[in-house]
Design a protein around this ligand. Structure first.
Ligand SMILES: Cc1cc2nc3c(=O)[nH]c(=O)nc-3n(C[C@H](O)[C@H](O)[C@H](O)COP(=O)(O)OP(=O)(O)OC[C@H]3O[C@@H](n4cnc5c(N)ncnc54)[C@H](O)[C@@H]3O)c2cc1C
Length: 233
């Protein structure tokens, strides 16, 4: 949808019909808006103050998701059985990813076969700020990501490289909100906070998180910027 407007009789929603590339107008008594806040603040006409504030406060982390197609199961080493969700042991330098999930983990087949592993990497704070991570995600060539991911996973699975037949990498510029202290703080009015522990002064918005992910100070109220950081996907 591209526009939501409250009217005297209810709500008017303009939505793009992708097949025809035409805008359709819908009317309803009310609408539940479950969009990411930075989108909602733009789509909702005359967006309420708390929504504009939330759009300024909430920081979205860029994520990389890679699907690795394996022609055969990985060698099952002695020890704990493989899980659905597997996290590699190591520090940020040796294992920067969040691990991987195995799409065939709950398969009822008695003999393990070809599968798909989905590897995740959150770039929100890995390089100091989501903006840097986003730029890295945008500019680093596919082949470089491929080599890094195979190298990282090969520490735990030395046979992985010989079994991968295909890798699909998806870049999510604003994959998910980064939770920070006071991130859910919403003021009902200039002087009253809904979340009792909100320490922002009246008329201020919480600062964006620092590299360590902590909101450290309050900023003076700013208006919603006309332009957002340029991210093209
Ligand atoms: C790779 C990945 C793995 C995750 N794994 C987990 C996990 O294991 N466990 C967990 O608890 N959480 C996980 N999360 C987080 C979880 O997915 C999110 O926190 C949750 O989906 C957020 O829900 P939401 O409804 O706020 O937003 P979303 O799920 O993002 O929903 C927003 C919706 O709005 C739609 N939209 C956007 N713009 C428009 C528009 N203009 N018009 C119409 N529709 C629009 C989007 O298409 C989307 O469907 C993961 C997230 C990612 C990215």
């Amino acid at each position: 949808m591209v526009r939501i407007e409250r009217t005297r009789g209810g709500v008017v929603v303009d939505a793009l019909d992708v097949a025809t590339q035409r805008i359709e107008r819908w009317q309803a008594a009310s609408a539940v808006v479950a969009l990411p806040v930075h989108v909602a603040a733009r789509v909702v006409q005359d967006a309420p103050g708390f929504l504009k504030d939330a759009a300024l406060r909430v920081v979205q982390a860029p994520w990389l998701v890679a699907n690795l197609h394996l022609r055969a199961p990985l060698h099952d080493r002695p020890g704990a059985a493989p899980s659905w969700d597997n996290v590699l042991y190591g520090d940020a330098a040796t294992a920067p990813g969040l691990g991987y999930v195995d799409a065939k983990h709950q398969s009822l087949q008695t003999v393990a076969g070809a599968t798909v592993l989905t590897y995740y990497r959150a770039l929100g704070d890995a390089y100091g700020s989501p903006l840097v991570g986003r730029q890295l995600l945008q500019h680093k060539p596919w082949a470089q990501w491929r080599d890094e991911i195979v190298a990282e996973l090969s520490v735990a699975h030395p046979d992985l490289a010989s079994k991968v037949t295909r890798m699909e990498i998806t870049r999510y510029g604003h994959a998910m909100a980064v939770p920070v202290p006071q991130g859910l703080c919403v003021r009902r009015s200039q002087n009253q906070s809904v979340a009792g522990h909100c320490r922002c002064r009246p008329g201020a918005v919480c600062a964006l998180p620092t590299a360590t992910g902590r909101a450290t100070r309050c900023l003076k109220r700013r208006s919603l910027p006309d332009t957002w950081p340029a991210v093209a996907w």
